[in-house]
Design a protein around this ligand. Structure first.
Ligand SMILES: [Zn+2]
Length: 467
């Protein structure tokens, strides 16, 4: 490690002669070994849930080794969070760059290589966390090191956060702990973290997605109640029959379609870069007269995009019965509901019993795990900078804001008023399908790592650098 750090320092120090406070010209080719080394070292740490402090120790050593003070905040000592701050002149509010350190588990027998080896093979770095979320962690680390080495003058503080427990946080050790107990340490105007990405088609990056919004998980349980009895005697109030009918109705419920700034821009921009056939579908969505057929098409052929149109209701669990000859008095189903960011949840739940139209079935709301979070703006200084930088790092790519149908720790930040944006390194469609985050095997093209680090660096300098 030391060898690379020293080499990297010499390169950057030389580059600094030509560098303006805006970041100047850095010899990125010469920084590659250092970038790769930090990234691989982070992937090599098994930071599955409960072991996040391993990454914190690494980051602390690297940051403090270059004179950047760090603080750790730990509800559970094995699952610490790390914060480092480079001070600006205070003329603008801080920029928070964050990444989670934890990774999901592995089934080792499914891996062709050591899942914590960060093995370099066929142009890829293989390992758990190679996509989720260690590229962002490594890029953020590099940004901090470079800001410090180059002595970049800042209008904003740049705050680095490595958080634990993003994938599994039943103890509330990660973002909930930082937002709940140490918010002053991470409070910022803007944040940048996982939740976006970029697509490679035909060997070049054709689109860059910036995550600006996400849906809100709002789960519920349906409970059907009837008369218990012997399986030899049919009853019309059989709880299973009532539940079955209710599950079918809510599962097919077409809640109102509603676009927001992000999804409207998403479909407009997708229409501009898609095949004529697909473009006509996206355009049809934007016109209330033709939206119905377009929705039907997406429901069948692109469920992820269909989910961006509305609050979705998906039955996920059933629980009923004690034996083959017993009619149970109760049967229940769990619904995974993902609400649009502006959904009126109370009104939504008031509507559901009307859709079910069966007094034998009760709707019980489950506790919400995330706060409602407003979409981040498309006209902010941060978004515009990300768009501009994407155009220079990935020339010719279309920048598209996107709303995640899943949930992330950005929800807590947005709920606290931080405009938060999602980023990610570029992948081909095949790689996203065959080697996705959380998949059996995860990998990242080495050629995607370096432009991504540059992307993060340039955005940080544009948004936080002194002007
Ligand atoms: Zn992640």
């Amino acid at each position: 490690m030391k060898r690379f750090v020293v080499a990297g320092f010499a390169v950057v120090a030389a580059a600094a002669l030509h560098a303006q406070s805006s970041g100047g010209r850095i010899d990125w080719d010469k920084l590659r070994p250092e970038i790769l080394q930090h990234y691989r070292s982070l992937v090599q740490l098994d930071t599955t849930s409960g072991h996040e402090t391993r990454a914190v120790e690494y980051l602390k050593k690297v940051l403090e080794g270059e004179g950047i003070a760090t603080q750790t905040f730990a509800l559970n000592p094995a699952r610490a969070n790390l914060v480092a701050r480079l001070k600006g002149n205070g003329s603008k509010r801080p920029l928070l760059i964050l990444a989670h350190t934890d990774v999901v588990g592995v089934a080792r027998e499914r891996w062709p290589v050591d899942p914590f080896g960060a093995v370099l093979k066929d142009g890829y770095i293989w390992g758990r966390g190679s996509k989720d979320d260690k590229p962002v962690l490594a890029a953020n680390l590099m940004a901090m090191l470079m800001l410090k080495r180059l002595g970049v003058q800042l209008d904003r503080d740049v705050i680095f956060l490595a958080e634990s427990g993003e994938e599994a946080d039943l103890e509330g050790v990660g973002m909930n702990y930082m937002v709940g107990e140490h918010f002053a340490e991470i409070d910022a105007e803007f944040a940048m973290t996982e939740g976006g990405g970029a697509r490679i088609d035909g060997g070049r990056v054709t689109r860059v997605n910036i995550g600006t919004a996400e849906k809100l998980p709002a789960r519920a349980r349906l409970v059907a109640r009837g008369t218990a009895g012997h399986g030899s005697v049919p009853r019309l109030d059989n709880a299973l029959m009532h539940l079955g009918a209710a599950v079918d109705k809510v599962g097919r419920w077409e809640t109102p379609m509603r676009l927001n700034d992000t999804t409207r821009a998403y479909f407009e921009k997708m229409a501009a870069i898609s095949t004529p056939e697909r473009a006509s579908i996206y355009k049809a969505l934007l016109d209330p007269k033709t939206a119905g057929d377009a929705q039907k098409f997406l429901r069948e052929h692109s469920p992820g995009e269909y989910s961006m149109l509305r609050t979705s209701v998906v039955p996920t669990l059933l629980k009923a019965g004690v034996g083959p000859n017993v009619i149970p008095s109760e049967a229940e189903a769990t619904l995974d509901i993902r609400a649009l960011p502006d959904e009126n949840i109370d009104a939504f739940f008031a509507e559901m019993p009307k859709v079910i139209a069966d007094s034998a079935v009760a709707v019980e709301r489950l506790p919400q795990t995330r706060p409602p979070s407003p979409a981040s703006g498309l006209g902010t200084e941060m978004y515009r900078a990300m768009e501009r930088v994407a155009g220079t790092i990935y020339p010719g790519a279309t920048v598209i804001p996107s709303m995640s149908t899943g949930a992330s720790d950005q929800a807590q930040l947005r709920a606290k008023g931080i405009q938060s944006y999602g980023i990610g390194p570029a992948s081909t469609e095949a790689d996203e399908i065959n080697y996705p985050a959380h998949g059996d095997v995860e990998r990242l093209a080495e050629s995607s790592l370096y432009p991504f680090v540059q992307y993060v660096w340039n955005v940080v300098v544009e948004v936080a650098g002194h002007k």
